[in-house]
Ligand binder design. Structure first.
Ligand SMILES: Nc1ncnc2c1ncn2[C@@H]1O[C@H](COP(=O)(O)OP(=O)(O)OP(=O)(O)O)[C@@H](O)[C@H]1O
Ligand SMILES: [Mg+2]
Length: 385
């Protein structure tokens, strides 16, 4: 439409890193041609790439900062907004901030797998091409898996096989040793909770509370216990107080968190989330990722102790760096890399081949790995610099 002002409200959410980078180059060239571009983003590091003339930071409906980028690191709390790793390091050093020790779950001894993909092929229709080809995967107790890969690669298709929503064209998927072809979606839901990529695909109830009660009621849980599950789940995603709100009247980020809470309330053994942090601000997602991904020993909440394994799909590679103990790279219809974050993510050329671009946090972690021996969040890296 060739307008003179472009307002872009989170255009990068759900784009793979290479696509996000290409979109930003387009925005930059439009600005260079004399157009005004206003970009709203949670992905600060990506947004900074466009070399914006000014940055604005809002809190509670008020503009807290509007001006040159170079003063920004001092103005913004790095726990509220995700800043580039070198900025965080600078802040922690200059302001002498105390950093808590970061405990990352270790890879456990392998027991019997909870979910098994055996030579799985899948196509959506007979006359459509294969989306999955010879996929083999075992999910074990203690796994905290991040799945990375290009847009349209088949990541959502893959995880929908684990919950039995899709059945393989060839090969088989086993949940607790049983073929998903012989199980109903409701049966699988006892073992496996699934947060869809799009919140509107899940939300239906008139209130947040009823949305959260639906799953546990259907699974036949004791009705005296359900209110506890509901309030605990809402607190985990910072939505305490929203019980009576209509889910579809919430912001996108709040809707997504409602769907996560709805799945938490079902207390399944395995948690699968399709892009849990898309459209979420940093403080909010840090809160729920820490609650969900902590190991059972240091868990304060019964919630986190409840999951034997967690798998999340993400385009935010820093989420894989920080919270996972296993990374799967998906592309060309199958899993092209499977290992610890340190093994998989240091292979920058392979990542780039699958449209994953290294971030400042990953680069800093790769540089410091000989000293740290494992990947850490930016503020925990300060002691090694
Ligand atoms: N219901 C469907 N019918 C036919 N094709 C489909 C259907 N759903 C997805 N596809 C195709 O399957 C491929 C994989 O889609 P999928 O949603 O699994 O990708 P993805 O890796 O999750 O991508 P994204 O990162 O964009 O979420 C795409 O080419 C898509 O067009
Ligand atoms: Mg997807």
């Amino acid at each position: 439409m060739n307008p003179s002002i472009l307002l872009l409200d989170e255009p990068l959410a759900s784009l793979d890193p290479a696509s996000a980078h290409e979109a930003l180059q387009v925005f930059r060239s439009l600005a260079d041609e004399g157009k005004t571009v206003i970009l709203v983003e949670h992905r600060v590091e990506d947004a900074i790439e466009t070399k914006p003339d000014r940055m604005m930071y809002m809190e509670n409906g008020k503009i807290k900062y509007l001006g040159d980028i170079k003063n920004l690191p001092n103005e913004i709390d790095h726990k509220q907004v995700k800043l580039p790793a070198p900025w965080v390091v600078q802040r922690v050093k200059t302001l002498d901030i105390q950093v808590e020790e970061f405990n990352k779950p270790k890879v456990e001894e392998k027991s019997d797998p909870l979910v098994v993909f055996e030579n799985v092929d899948f196509r959506y229709d007979d006359d459509l091409p294969l989306i999955l080809e010879n996929v083999n995967l075992k999910i074990y107790s203690g796994d905290l898996i991040a799945v990375l890969g290009p847009n349209g690669a088949g990541k959502s298709t893959l995880v929908k096989h684990a919950i039995g929503l899709l059945k393989p064209t060839k090969g088989r998927v086993l949940v607790n040793g049983k073929d998903t072809r012989e199980m109903s979606v409701a049966q699988i839901a006892r073992t496996l909770g699934f947060v869809f990529q799009s919140p509107t695909h899940m939300l239906y109830a008139p209130s947040v509370k009823e949305e959260l009660e639906f799953g546990p009621k259907n699974l036949g849980y004791d009705s005296n216990e359900i209110p506890k599950f509901v309030s605990e789940s809402l607190n985990a995603v910072n939505l305490g107080g929203f019980e009576e709100y209509p889910p579809l009247g919430l912001s996108f980020g709040q809707q997504k968190r409602t769907t996560i809470a709805a799945v938490l309330a079902m207390r399944s053994k395995i948690l699968i989330m399709d892009e849990p942090t898309a459209g979420q601000d940093f403080a909010n997602y840090t809160h729920f990722m820490e609650t969900l991904c902590k190991t059972s020993e240091d868990a304060q909440s019964v919630l986190s102790a409840n999951f034997s394994a967690t798998l999340f799909i993400t385009h935010d590679i820093d989420l894989a760096v920080t919270y996972s103990n296993r990374v799967l790279l998906f592309g060309d219809k199958h899993i092209v890399a499977d290992g610890t974050p340190e093994e998989v993510l240091k292979n920058i050329n392979l990542l780039k081949q699958y449209r994953v671009r290294p971030t400042s946090l990953l680069s800093l972690n790769v540089d410091l790995l000989p000293k740290t021996k494992r990947f850490l969040p930016a503020e925990s890296l300060v002691q090694y610099i």
